[in-house]
Design a protein. Structure first.
Length: 132
């Protein structure tokens, strides 16, 4: 039985979001004629590719601190902050596809959520060391 249901749901949603971005990159390869392994050649494809890669880069940091935070602040708070992270990624992607220069708000939302989870996790780890 999964105890951290909301955090698990956010995890699956984040992974499904990455699958969505993967599909968009693949579809745009065909539409724009950017054949693999090329990653340049059409501005729309390049934007989609960067959104996908940046989201993967962020996911690698996000998932560990998301799950570490559950033992410190619980499932509801971790799940809520994880939802904010996912919303930030969506804002980032939407803005980046329209105008890469306007991606900052989404990136700030994403980073704030990740940093919050990281700080909470560090506090929990520190408390665990002090308790022993």
């Amino acid at each position: 039985m999964i105890m951290a249901k909301l955090t698990a749901l956010v995890t699956v949603a984040a992974i499904l979001y990455i699958f969505f971005l993967t599909g968009r990159v693949g579809a745009l390869r065909g539409k724009t004629g950017v054949a693999a392994p090329a990653t340049t050649g059409d501005p729309i494809f390049e934007r989609a590719f960067r959104v996908h890669m940046n989201s993967l880069e962020q996911l690698v940091v996000f998932l560990p601190v998301l799950w570490l935070s559950v033992s410190v602040i619980g499932d509801a708070w971790s799940g809520l902050i994880g939802t904010v992270w996912l919303a930030g990624r969506i804002v980032y992607a939407s803005a980046y596809m329209k105008d890469p220069a306007k991606r900052s708000a989404g990136m700030l939302i994403t980073m704030a959520a990740t940093m919050t989870l990281a700080v909470v996790s560090l506090i929990g780890i520190g408390r665990a060391f002090l308790a022993t």
